[in-house]
Design a protein around this ligand. Structure first.
Ligand code: ACO
Length: 337
């Protein structure tokens, strides 16, 4: 009998910058107030990069180094690094390539994927496929975004939401009945009207006029995104539950993309989950785009037990959305343990 070889998460790392941007700081910058931000989003503070020399690849590298240290991972054994980001260091030169260099990975190749807030989930499935096929033995998947580079800090509709950060996981093969089980993803390009960074790519290369019109900043219709996010995340969670003969009562944890506490709570309620089952850290980090889900795994890893059933779900620009079902495995131990 052929034994199914799953891809399982065996190490996790995370990084957020030291600089805290509080709601009270934002009150000094735009016409808003902390009570409104907490009530409408659940965000109390976010971290932002304060050093112009720190780019997305640096945050991703810090997260990866923490993963290697805590998981006692030999950098020479890593085969591939997939970085999901909407804020790459450069338009040309992948952030993955920069991470391999900065983390000292001699035998790895690095690439980027971009699906905004859904990017980490999509990259996780790509990485898992490479492990399941046997093509790679150790794949690192990173979600990292320096949102402060694309946020207009005079626009109260967006600047209250975003933070900077990075999270990384290591995928390895296992014959045990744990790991990534299934995913259900969708995209709809017409969603670009409601959530986009318009300029800086090939459609609208950077120019004086794109700068004057502030088209290099993120722009969104929050209400449209809000509704679509609840619908998309709930629907895709239900799809993976159904196709794996599961009901939500059998799920131990929901790890949702952290865009807005009200979105997270609505999805949890639609799925019939208790507040304890739904992991939340948006109060401390805001929306770190591709980093929210791996940062949640990093923050709450001590809560997870072998065999725990988890649904990871995201919604983001594209529109892009989806859900992944996984069973938690065993994390590698650091040398110190
Ligand atoms: N402070 C105070 N008042 C504000 C602020 C603010 N920061 N922002 C908006 N308002 C005002 C509005 O102008 C509006 O006033 P009006 O009624 O006089 O017009 C009022 O508050 C209500 O505005 P809404 O847009 O209806 O507020 P809502 O409850 O929808 O909250 C928010 C806005 C927080 C943006 C919400 O819609 C949201 O979180 N949407 C989803 C955002 C998201 O997930 N983005 C995607 C992530 S990015 C990615 O995928 C890459």
């Amino acid at each position: 009998m052929r034994i199914r070889k799953n891809a399982v998460i065996t190490a996790v790392g995370g990084y957020v910058p030291d600089t805290v941007l509080s709601n009270h700081d934002l009150e000094e910058m735009v016409d808003t107030n902390s009570e409104w931000i907490v009530a409408r989003t659940g965000i109390k503070e976010r971290r932002i990069v304060n050093d112009p020399d720190i780019a997305t690849s640096d945050m991703a590298t810090y997260a990866l180094k923490r993963l290697m240290e805590e998981g006692n991972v030999n950098p020479d054994e890593i085969d591939c690094v997939i970085v999901s980001t909407s804020t790459p260091d450069y338009v040309m030169v992948s952030t993955g390539s920069m991470v391999c260099e900065k983390a000292g990975l001699k035998n790895a190749w690095g690439i980027d994927t971009n699906a905004a807030c859904s990017g980490f989930l999509y990259a996780l499935t790509l990485g898992a496929s490479m492990i399941e096929s046997g093509r790679c033995k150790k794949v690192v998947v990173i979600g990292a975004d320096k949102n402060s580079a694309i946020v207009n800090y005079t626009d109260r509709n967006t600047c209250i939401l975003f933070g900077d950060g990075a999270g990384a996981v290591l995928l390895e093969q296992t014959e045990e009945p744990v790991g990534l089980m299934d995913s259900f993803f969708r995209t709809d390009g017409s969603g670009k009207e409601n959530l986009i960074v318009t300029a800086g790519g090939s459609k609208f290369p950077a120019s004086q006029s794109t700068l004057d019109e502030k088209l290099h900043y993120v722009r969104q219709d929050g209400r449209v995104v809000f509704k679509a996010a609840i619908q998309g995340m709930t629907d895709t969670c239900n799809e993976v539950l159904k196709s794996n003969d599961l009901v939500s009562a059998q799920i131990d944890y929901l790890i949702p993309h952290q865009a807005n506490l009200r979105i997270i709570q609505s999805v949890g309620e639609y799925l019939g989950l208790s507040a304890e089952q739904v992991k939340v850290n948006i109060d401390r980090y805001g929306n770190t785009t591709a980093a929210t889900i791996p940062l949640c795994l990093w923050d709450f890893k001590d809560d997870f037990k072998y065999g725990d059933k988890m649904i990871l779900t995201a919604f983001g620009a594209g529109f892009s959305w989806g859900a992944t079902y996984l069973k938690w495995g065993t994390l590698r131990q650091s040398k110190k343990d």
